[in-house]
Every structure is written in C-alpha cells, then in structure tokens.
Design a protein around this ligand. Structure first.
Ligand code: ARG
Length: 556
C-alpha cells in the first residue's frame, strides 16, 4: 500500500490498463488526482485514447472493468469524455485513519533511497547587517532543508558567507585604525562598513594600505588574520541572533564561507586549465561555457582568475561544487539564491558538468526566488529609501502580533513561503496577519481550537476509531491522508507553497467539519470519532507548519 492515495490508485489503474490494453504505464502516468467531483479522478483514458486511436470513454470503461480496487473504492463511475471518478470506501478510510492515529510521521514514509543533499541558503555578508534581502533565502532554504530531512534524506546545511575578498582590505585596515579596545558591536556593523568605504574613497593613502592588507590577508599574515577573524566572529554573533529570532536552523557549524574554499582555488583553476576549458582573455583566466552570450552574440566569460592573480565569486562556487561532490559525497546541491544570480549558477553548473563534477548522480539545482516588494510595488525599503534591517522587521512583526512571537514571525515566514517562490510578492502586514485566508494565523487558530476542544472534553489523546458519517468528515479525513502527497509535490519542485496550499485546504476542511459536525454533543462513539479527527487535524497542521519552520502554539 503506497502512502500516497493517488499513486496507490494509479498503480491499480496501471495494472488494469496492462491487462485490458497491454500497454504499460506508471502509477504517475495513470494521472489519478484529488478532484472536486469525487475523492479522486483518473484522467489517463484521454491520453491512452489518443495513443491507441480509440474513444477515451471506451478505454475508461475497460479500466473500470479490469480494476481491482474494491477494497479501496466504491464502484467507480465513468464521466464526461472519459474521466474515471473514485469515491473511497468509508471502511477503507476508517482503517487508514486508525493507522494515522498511531503514526508519529503523519503517514510520511522515509525515502527508500536517501540522498545526501547540501542546501546552500542564508548567505549573508560579513561586516554587513542582514537586511530584508536575506529573508527569502533563509526562510525558503530552511523550509526545504526541514522537508528533505523529514522525507528521510541526509541534509547538510551550508551557509555560503561572504567573508573573503577585496572589501576585507579596507575593513581590516579600518578596524586596525580604531583605538585598541574599541569594541565593534553588532549594531554598528553597517556604520562600520560605511566609514571604511568613506575612508577608502577619500584617502588614497588609506586605500593603498587597504590593498596591502588584501595581500597580507591572502598570504596568511597572522596579525591580519586575527583582525579578520574578529570581524567574522562579530558578524556571526549577529547572524546567530537573527536566525534565532527567525527560527531558522542555521548555526556557526553550518558556515562554509567563501574563505573556506580559499585553499582549494588554485587547484580548482589548475584542473580547469588541465581539462582545456580555460582561455586567457585580457589577462584574466576565463571559462566560456557554451550557450551563454550577451545581446550582441558575444560569448560570456566566467572569470576564474583575474590578471592580478585574484580569484572571483565564480572561482569559489566552482571550488565548492568540486569539494561537495568529490570530497563530501553530496548527491544533490541545492542553491537557494535570488533570481538575479540565475545566469551565474547556470554557467557554474555547465562548467562543473564539463569537468565531470556534476553528472547523473551528482545534481545541482538553482532554487531561485523573486523579490520582496513594498505595497507601492517597488523593492521593499524604509520610508527614507534605505534597506530594511531584518532584525527591525522581525521586531515589528512580533509587536504587530501583540507580542506573540510564534504569530508574528510565523506570519512573515508563511507570507513568504505561501507564494510561488519564482514570483515577487508584496509585503503587506494586514494581509499576512489576517485571521482568515491562507495565513499562518488561520492555521494556528485551527490548532488552538483543537486544543480547546480537547481540554473541554477533558482528554489529552484519543484513540477511538474514526467513523465517516458526514461529508464534511469524509472531506477532512481524505485531506488528512494527503500529507505524503503534498510533501512529495513540494519537494519535487522545491516549492514550499504547495505544502502551504495543502495545509490551508486542510484547515478549511476542518472549519467546515467543525461547523457542521458537533463534537462534544455527539453520542459517545461519534464524539470519540470526531475528537480523533480533530486531533489528527491538529497533528497534521502542526507537523506541516513545523516543516515550514513555523510554530503552532496550543493557545493563542
Ligand atoms: N553572499 C552571496 C550574496 O550575498 C550569496 C551566496 C549564495 N551562495 C553561493 N554559493 N554563491 O549574494
């Protein structure tokens, strides 16, 4: 029995098709999906009709005649041009509900073939405060890591900190010029950066010292490294605070900043050269991956070493692909980074494939995302036009939720996760904190309502059997059995919004159940049954929110 009902029915349809038509299709190709017309609907007859040159309705009838699923569904109906509608049997649903009641994994089975995923997310830059631009990568990446982990895969969280490169010359030089004992504090990171920048632009003597510092840093000068480490540590303390505020599971142990790959850059470039992938262009060592050109049709370079010997963002990303696939046995590299870097990643992946670092069993995917917009439709900024500090945004969220952290932070995260990541979305407090609609607050209320009902009933857990006596009960139970399918769909495209939609539909089904089916006043068997359904709802919603990194308090 497959945990995904659609695939289980699909497997049976596939067998019927094989028997009746001698055609092989997979359970997924049987296209059995949840439907508004019935519990599930099969659309395979249309495609098969075309393929075999026969009327789809006739094929649908044949599928029904050969189907072996009487344990699971009522006699199926053929509708319209050739749909097959399935209604799950009440007894079957009750038996599945009983399984679900004793299953801490809410029906989700761990992957048969676990993979080793490396999820690159977060990626803030040292000596700069995190701003709203870091929200999406942190929130989406964390949800993806949590979902993969729960699905039974090995997950390595990887925070690609911007902690290396030329700006560190001026930052370290500025730090060195401050009074000894002057503490660099988290709140001052931005001011510190700006002061360094100002000096660099205004004072040629400072600028030249800053350049010397870069060389000192790269050659491992101990005093310079110590100053650099101070900057990194102070920044990490700031990042840790924001991650904690946000409920994102990144810690300093997950930091694999650009500096981490520094010792591997020379070898990486040497391998690219040995493979004949490089060309020298204007003194710089470049790779020109095929298929990337600018508007004038000129080939686009991936610069891997500048003429002065310095390395680039792309050099580090190539070294990282090589490291994670060749030395750490990663099977999947997932990059949760904004859409503007799409071309960069496509070029890196293409080059890594040419090197053999990526292949059929070492995959890489850019999980891109759009921007966060203000209500004016432009990039979200402060009134004064500056970038919004993430810490300030999160503090405001909790304030707006009357101090309830789970609600405020949950609302910000859910608003981000519930929209299709590829699109931009508008950051609107009122909408994300609304009690109705596809919001975390609505889901959290459903969970809190179940706790209230359980408290009134004076029970903490229920293990009675679930009866299906009302269509609202049936609709809710069918939804509760679909978490495995929803999780699989969300992971297929790294699309957390699919899980959100599922949770929202489940909460809507619960509301309808709650309005239509009295719980505490029902006669004893039904009362037990409805309490069990309510409890299952709470478990599924709580688990789903947890996979998104959102808490569901028992009381609101
Ligand atoms: N620090 C980078 C930025 O701010 C993001 C890093 C993304 N990850 C990567 N492997 N390039 O744009």
């Amino acid at each position: 029995m497959h945990p995904d009902i659609g695939l289980e029915l699909g497997a049976r349809v596939a067998r019927a098709v094989q028997e009746a038509l001698e055609v092989r299709i997979s359970p997924a190709e049987a296209l059995v999906r949840p439907s508004a017309r019935a519990d599930y609907q099969c659309n395979a007859a249309m495609g098969l009709g075309k393929r075999l040159g026969r009327p789809p309705r006739e094929i649908a009838e044949l599928i029904v005649a050969h189907l072996d699923a009487a344990d699971m569904v009522e006699p199926p109906e053929v509708a319209g041009p050739g749909f097959v509608n399935f209604t799950l049997r009440a007894e079957w649903l009750s038996a599945r509900a009983a399984d679900l009641l004793t299953d801490p994994r809410c029906g989700v089975r761990p992957a048969d073939q676990p993979r080793r995923y490396v999820v690159d997310y977060g990626g803030p830059n040292v000596a700069k405060e995190m701003h709203v631009g870091h929200l999406r990568s942190s929130v989406i990446g964390d949800a993806i890591a949590r979902m993969l982990d729960f699905a039974g895969h090995e997950v390595i969280r990887r925070n690609h900190l911007g902690d290396w490169g030329t700006p560190f010359g001026m930052l370290i030089e500025h730090l060195a010029s401050l009074d000894a004992g002057a503490e660099l504090s988290i709140g001052d990171l931005n001011g510190f950066y700006q002061e360094a920048r100002k000096k660099f632009d205004a004072d040629p003597e400072f600028a030249s010292r800053a350049r010397t510092r870069v060389v000192a840093l790269q050659s491992g000068d101990p005093a310079t490294l110590a100053l650099w480490r101070g900057l990194v540590e102070e920044s990490e303390r700031h990042f840790a605070k924001v991650y904690e505020q946000l409920g994102v599971l990144l810690s300093a142990d997950d930091s694999y900043g650009e500096s981490f790959y520094n010792p591997m850059l020379a070898d990486t470039v040497a391998e690219l050269e040995a493979k004949g992938l490089t060309e020298v262009s204007d003194g710089a060592v470049c790779v020109f991956p095929p298929g990337f050109t600018n508007r004038d049709g000129e080939r686009l370079p991936l610069i891997v070493r500048k003429s002065d010997g310095g390395y680039m963002y792309a050099s580090t990303d190539l070294a990282a692909v090589r490291y994670w696939t060749q030395e750490r046995g990663a099977t999947d590299l997932v990059y949760v980074v904004g859409t503007p870097q799409s071309q960069h990643f496509q070029m890196v992946f293409r080059t890594a494939s040419a090197m053999g670092w990526l292949d059929a069993s070492h995959r890489a995917v850019h999980v891109n995302f759009g921007s966060v917009l203000g209500e004016d439709g432009k990039m979200l900024r402060t009134r004064a036009g500056g970038s919004i500090k993430l810490a300030d945004l999160l503090t405001e969220a909790v304030e707006r939720a009357d101090g309830v952290r789970a609600v405020g932070i949950g609302a910000v995260k859910y608003a981000d996760l519930s929209s299709d990541r590829q699109k931009d979305y508008v950051f609107a407090w009122d909408k994300m904190l609304a009690k109705e609609g596809n919001t975390s607050v609505y889901l959290q209320y459903a969970v809190a309502r179940v706790s209230a009902v359980m408290a009134q009933a004076k029970v903490s857990t229920v293990d009675g059997s679930v009866l299906v006596t009302h269509k609202a009960e049936r609709a809710l139970l069918v939804k509760l059995l679909q978490l495995p399918a929803a999780l699989a769909a969300a992971l297929e495209d790294f699309a957390p919004h699919r899980l959100c939609s599922y949770l929202y539909e489940t909460a809507v089904a619960f509301s309808s159940f709650y309005e239509n089916c009295p719980i505490l006043k029902a006669e004893p068997d039904l009362r037990e049954s409805r309490l069990a359904l309510a409890q299952l709802t709470s478990r599924v919603l709580t688990k789903g929110l947890d996979l998104l990194g959102i808490e569901a308090p028992v009381r609101l």
